[in-house]
Design a protein around this ligand. Structure first.
Ligand SMILES: CC(C)(COP(=O)(O)OP(=O)(O)OC[C@H]1O[C@@H](n2cnc3c(N)ncnc32)[C@H](O)[C@@H]1OP(=O)(O)O)[C@@H](O)C(=O)NCCC(=O)NCCSC(=O)C(=O)O
Length: 408
C-alpha cells in the first residue's frame, strides 16, 4: 500500500462530512494528497451508515475515508479552533461542507484562516451560492436532485411521478466539481503565491449538469423551441427486452444503423425515408425506438451480444448492484480490491478511477477510526505531549477506543 500519487506533497485540511465533501477528498486522497480529516467528537454522521462490523465504521465510511487520517477537534472550544488554525497553517487547502454561516460562527471564516495562511485555498461546497436568495438554505442530495430538475426529468420522460435517481448523484457530481475547483485554486496559489476563497454550490453545479443537456431551444433568445433533449427524454429510451432478459443498445450513427439493418436482414432499410438518415430518425424517434424494441424481443441476450458486437454496434449487458461485483471486466482490472483493515478485518472496496503511468492513484491507507491520528497530527502541528494530554483531558480531541468484541 505504498505508492506515490500525482498529488504527493499536497496537504488538505478536510472539515467535510457525509458524502459530497468526503467524496471530493476521497478523490484527492486516491491521487496522493495527504488528507487530514477533522471530525467533531460525535464523528462524521456517515460513519453510522450501512452495514458495519464495529460502531462508526460503516461500509460507506470505509470507502469514502480511505487514504485519510482522522483527528477529532471540538471546534466550538477555543483550543479546538486554535488547533484547527495551527493545522491549516501547514495545508495547501481547507475544504468544508457545513453551511458557510456555521464556519463564521466557529470563527473559521476565510479571513480568520487566511490570517494564518495567506496561500491557503479555502473551499466551501454547500447547497446554494452565497450571492442568491437561497443562500444558507440546508441541502441534501435529494433536495438538489429535486431543485435542479433531475427528479422531474423522470416524470417528463415517463409521465410518472417525479423521483430521485437511487444514487447520490448530486453529491458525487458536485464532489468532483469541488475536487477540480480545489486543484485549480491550489495551482493558482502555487503560481501567484496567493490563496483564495472558493465556493462550489450544489444547486448551480447540478443545474449545469442538467441544463447542459436540456437547455435546448432556450439556448437562443428568443427561444427556438422548448427545453429538453428529445433523445434523452424519449419514453422508449430504456434497456431493450430480449427474448430472455435485457440489453442496453445504442444504435447511434449512420454506420451503426447500416450495420444493424444488415444484422436483422433488412438491408433495404438503409434508404428508408423513416430510418435512412439522422434527420429522419430524429423526426421519428418514437417509431425508431419501437422498431428496435420489436427486433430485440426476437433473440436471446447472448445471441444479440454476439451479433451486435460482431457488427461493432454499441451494446452492454445490464447489471444489478449484486451482479456488478462479479463482472468479468471489473474483476480483471481489480476494481473491487480486498484489503485487511487493521480494525475491521477483510474488506472489499473500490479502486481509484484512472491509471497514471508514472504516479499511480492508489489505496495507500485504510479508513481511520474516529480520531485515530489525533495525537500524531497534533504533534505534526507542533504540539508538545503535555499540551496534547491537556486537550485529551478536556475532550477537545480524542483518541479512538479499541473496537470492543460486543461491537461485533
Ligand atoms: C447537511 C446540512 C443540511 C446539515 O445542517 P446542520 O446540521 O444544520 O449543519 P450546519 O452546516 O448548519 O452547521 C454545522 C454545525 O456543526 C458544527 N460543527 C461542525 N464541525 C464541528 C466540529 N468539528 N466541532 C464542533 N462543531 C462542529 C458547526 O459549528 C455547526 O454548529 P452550529 O453553529 O451550532 O449550527 C448542512 O451542513 C448543509 O446544507 N451542508 C451543505 C450541503 C451538504 O453537504 N449536504 C450534505 C450532502 S450528503 C447527502 O446529501 C446525503 O448523504 O444524501
Amino acid at each position: 500500500m505504498s505508492a506515490t500519487g500525482p498529488l504527493e506533497g499536497i496537504r488538505i485540511l478536510d472539515l467535510t462530512a457525509v458524502v459530497m465533501g468526503p467524496y471530493a477528498t476521497q478523490t484527492l486522497g486516491d491521487l496522493g494528497a495527504d488528507i487530514v480529516k477533522v471530525e467533531p467528537p460525535s464523528g462524521d454522521n456517515l460513519r453510522a451508515v450501512g452495514p458495519m462490523r464495529h460502531a462508526g465504521m460503516g461500509a460507506m465510511a470505509l470507502h469514502l475515508n480511505r487514504n485519510k487520517r482522522s483527528i477529532v477537534l471540538d471546534l466550538k472550544q477555543p483550543e479546538g479552533r486554535e488547533a484547527c488554525l495551527r493545522l491549516a497553517a501547514g495545508c495547501d487547502a481547507l475544504i468544508y461542507n457545513t453551511r458557510p454561516q456555521a464556519m463564521a460562527r466557529l470563527g473559521l471564516g476565510y479571513e480568520a484562516v487566511a490570517a494564518v495562511n495567506p496561500k491557503i485555498v479555502y473551499l466551501g461546497a454547500f447547497g446554494y451560492g452565497e450571492e442568491g436568495p437561497y443562500a444558507g438554505k440546508p441541502a441534501y442530495d435529494d433536495l438538489i436532485q429535486g431543485a435542479a430538475g433531475v427528479a422531474s426529468l423522470f416524470a417528463q420522460q415517463s409521465g410518472d411521478a417525479p423521483r430521485y435517481a437511487p444514487v447520490t448523484l448530486a453529491d458525487r457530481a458536485v464532489g468532483l466539481q469541488a475536487a477540480i475547483a480545489l486543484l485549480a485554486a491550489v495551482l493558482s496559489a502555487q503560481r501567484t503565491g496567493k490563496g483564495q476563497a472558493v465556493e462550489v454550490p450544489m444547486f448551480e453545479a447540478l443545474s449545469q449538469f442538467v441544463m447542459g443537456d436540456h437547455l435546448g431551444g432556450h439556448s437562443f433568445e428568443p427561444p427556438l423551441g422548448p427545453t429538453g433533449y428529445a433523445r434523452l427524454l424519449a419514453p422508449h429510451r430504456k434497456p431493450y427486452a430480449t427474448a430472455d432478459g435485457y440489453l442496453s443498445v445504442l444504435i447511434y450513427n449512420d454506420k451503426h444503423w447500416q450495420a444493424f439493418f444488415d444484422v436483422i436482414g433488412r438491408p433495404e432499410l438503409r434508404s428508408s425515408p423513416m430510418f435512412g438518415t439522422h434527420t429522419a430518425r430524429a423526426a421519428n424517434i418514437g417509431a425508431v425506438y419501437a422498431f428496435v424494441a420489436e427486433a430485440m424481443a426476437t433473440r436471446s441476450s447472448d445471441a444479440w451480444m454476439a451479433a451486435l458486437e460482431a457488427a461493432d454496434i454499441p451494446v452492454a449487458r445490464l447489471h444489478s448492484t449484486e451482479s456488478l461485483i462479479d463482472d468479468p471486466h471489473l474483476r480483471a482490472v481489480d476494481f473491487f480490491p480486498e484489503f485487511d483493515h487493521p480494525s475491521e478485518g477483510r474488506i472489499r472496496t473500490l479502486a481509484p478511477v484512472g491509471r497514471y503511468s508514472a504516479t499511480p492513484a492508489a489505496i495507500r491507507r485504510m479508513a481511520p477510526r474516529i480520531g485515530e491520528q489525533s495525537v500524531e497530527l497534533l504533534r505534526e502541528a507542533g504540539y508538545r505531549d503535555a499540551e496534547i494530554d491537556r486537550l485529551l483531558a478536556r475532550g477537545v480531541t480524542l483518541q479512538p477506543a479499541p473496537p470492543k468484541d460486543n461491537d461485533e
